[in-house]
Write a new protein. Structure first.
Lengths: 594, 81
């Protein structure tokens, strides 16, 4: 049992050495780490293993079919992302990226809720440092909002986990289902990382602010690790169907309008994760397998698109549609990779998503969910529109921006090449991917039927015709140097405004109250106790002054009394004091016996 | 960059050829779709060329709704600074 070494630690402990290495050694070391992690993972047979203990609770490592699919694609994505980032000399981002990727592996192989939570928080910290390593002011500020949102999610998850452990007495991380407060809290915490609206806006807010290479890593882990938790704990939860459909449809409108192409890709990321969430929500084996398959292919083509737009950003200094165009002339290889990514995400036949997305849409049709089916079909056409057409069109064609950047660096091209080859490979031979899916189904899903190929092509051709028509007639909304407000407006604009609106009157009342209670009243009491008799006399005289007509004489004597205060305190004899005490005592007795 | 700059997609002939190729493929697909016996989940998605119309209308709706949405959500780039 003790010989089991968690793959997550290969990355996280491996990351520690990176800052001490330089040049070629560092590059080779970083490329070997994912390979070691893969071999370590392959070396562990399917099962549950105790890997440690915290507060008398065992920590588990779980290897099964579901976690393996996620593990494989995370390791693969890390490898590709590192190849893409090899030209970066600084170690901060590389180190953070490995901690980040390692935490994602920790999440998918966690067999108990404590391990899950530890890696969940480490994941956020890793992502935060990846964001920070882009030194722009915008990135720093976005990182601050990022940590705020994810702390909220983390606290919700933690509260849910604590409640659940208290309720069930077990830390086991398995099916939870939507019932009871603890499950709601866990679901809410996970929903933040999955980017379910209205908790989605951290994603298009922060990912476009990351560095060229950082955004590639970010696009992979946070959302998909959270999708894994949904798949593990909430399969078949109906609320996920609704949430997933909203995720698939809502962002595409923003993606159509958005000028920053990395933000377009961020919105399209939410849209793609929406398909997965629907698949998990439907929960039948076909849909569930479809969701997991979608995770695998999505990680590849989404990072491919982020890499392609990143390469353009790296060469031209901008990723804005308004400032790009005509780049096919000098970056033809990047264009080809972008088109492969675009075809993959749009589910063109022979490209990866064709074999996976249809599993989810078919399952919705199979279950007779009419509205879900058509909204997903609409979202599928929408994907093609913004990620499939818009991104390549405005970057490489459209109006010629006059920019003639060099082709992307070799390491970037190799990374994009790997992702492209695998995306086409899965599209041509999807059975390879199907064979590692978690649910064994009694019937084989066949994506390449004449019916499916033609229906899908017609959908895409129809969408393309619409795009061409709108472009040709000039109805298509022009690209503008502008931003669009989304749910993050609530905490970036509305909340500060409300705070200052409500805050200033409340603040004033509070200040007055505090002055009265903590300053005026004690000072008065201190003043009175210096000489109560004289104070009482001053008080009475002040009250009587208006009654006596306010004569000069009376005013003068009051002023004299005040000036003399506290004066000499009358020395009372013991017998007087005793007499007063007896009078009070008598008064008590009378009151008591009436 | 000093070498021959490709203007392949700017040539009118190439553009025309691409449009014709696209149109012919589209027509071919529509014909094939009409002849094919389709497996459908609901009675209307079995109608020939349903997906083509759905893709066309859906995309038009998407862009037009987004265009109107812009009036409410568009802000200048410095809005949050």
């Amino acid at each position: 049992m003790t010989s089991i070494f968690p793959p997550a630690l290969v990355f996280i402990l491996g990351a520690v050495l990176i800052p001490f290495l330089k040049g070629r050694v560092k590059s080779v070391y970083m490329l070997i780490l994912p390979i070691i992690a893969f071999l370590v993972l392959r070396g562990i047979p399917v099962g549950n293993y105790v890997i440690g203990q915290i507060m008398d609770k065992d920590l588990f490592l779980r290897i099964d079919k579901l976690s393996l699919v996620f593990g494989y694609v995370f390791i693969l994505a890390t490898f590709i992302g590192i190849v893409y980032a090899l030209h970066v000399k600084e170690s901060t981002e590389h180190t953070a990226a490995f901690v980040y990727a390692g935490s994602a592996l920790g999440i998918v192989f966690a067999g108990d809720l404590i391990t899950l939570f530890i890696f969940w928080e480490l994941l956020t910290i890793g992502a935060l440092v990846v964001l920070w390593s882009n030194k722009t002011k915008a990135a720093q500020r976005a990182a601050y909002r990022y940590i705020m949102v994810h702390l909220f999610g983390g606290v919700s998850l933690m509260s849910g986990i604590i409640l659940r452990v208290v309720e069930t007495g077990s830390t086991e991380f398995s099916f939870i289902g939507v019932s009871g407060l603890s499950s709601y809290l866990i679901l809410l915490g996970v929903a933040v990382n999955v980017a379910i609206p209205p908790f989605h806006s951290w994603l298009p807010d922060t990912y476009p602010e990351a560095s060229v290479t950082g955004a590639v890593f970010l696009s992979v882990f946070t959302t998909k690790a959270a999708v894994y938790v949904l798949a593990r704990a909430f399969p078949g939860a109906e609320i996920l169907i609704i949430a997933g459909v909203i995720m698939a449809v809502y962002p595409i409108f923003f993606a159509v309008l958005e000028n920053d192409l990395r933000r377009v890709l961020s919105y399209s990321l939410i849209n793609q994760v929406g398909f997965m969430v629907v698949g998990i929500g439907i929960g039948i084996p076909l849909a569930f397998n479809g969701a997991v398959a979608q995770v695998f292919v999505h990680v590849l083509f989404k990072s491919l698109l982020f890499m392609a737009v990143g390469a353009v950003l790296y060469r031209t200094g901008t990723a804005k549609a308004t400032e790009l165009g005509g780049l096919y002339k000098s970056m033809p290889i990047t264009l080809v990779f972008t088109l492969i990514g675009a075809a993959s995400i749009s589910a063109f036949p022979l490209f990866s998503a064709f074999a996976t997305k249809s599993m989810i849409i078919s399952a919705a049709g199979h279950e007779g969910m009419t509205v879900v089916y058509f909204l997903l079909l609409f979202a599928a056409a929408g994907v093609f529109h913004h990620a499939g057409i818009k991104v390549p069109f405005f970057t490489f064609f459209a109006h010629d921006s006059g920019k003639r950047p060099k082709e992307a660096p070799l390491n970037m091209l190799i990374a994009m090449g790997i992702a492209s080859v695998i995306s086409i490979g899965i599209g041509v031979y999807p059975e390879a991917l199907y064979s590692i899916l978690p649910n064994t189904v009694d019937y084989v899903y066949v994506p390449y039927t004449a019916d499916h190929v033609i229906s899908q092509l017609l959908l895409l051709f129809g969408a393309f015709t619409a795009f061409s028509f709108l472009m040709y007639t000039g109805i298509y909304p022009p690209e503008k140097r502008s931003i669009n407000i989304d749910a993050d407006w609530v905490y970036r604009k509305a909340a500060p405004a409300v705070v200052s609106l409500i805050g200033s009157p409340i603040g004033r009342i509070y200040a007055w109250f505090a002055r009265a209670v903590f300053e005026t009243l004690p000072r008065f009491l201190a003043w009175v106790t210096k000489n109560p008799l004289a104070a009482m006399k001053i008080g009475t005289d002040t009250l009587l002054l208006p009654l006596s007509g306010g004569s000069k004489e009376a005013k003068k004597s009051l002023a004299r009394e005040k000036a003399a205060y506290p004066g000499t305190v009358a020395q009372w004899s013991v017998s007087t004091a005793l007499g007063i005490a007896l009078v009070i005592f008598l008064a008590y007795l009378i009151l008591l016996f009436i | 960059m000093k070498k021959e700059e490709s203007d392949f997609f700017d040539r009118p002939k190439v553009r025309k050829a691409l449009v014709v190729l696209f149109a012919l493929t589209f027509i071919g697909l529509l014909v094939a779709d009409f002849l094919l016996h389709k497996h459908s989940y609901f009675y209307w998605d079995g109608i020939p060329s349903f997906n083509a119309v759905f893709g066309l209308v859906g995309s038009l709706a998407l862009v037009l709704i987004a265009k109107h949405l812009r009036r409410f959500i568009e802000r200048e780039e410095k809005y949050y600074d």
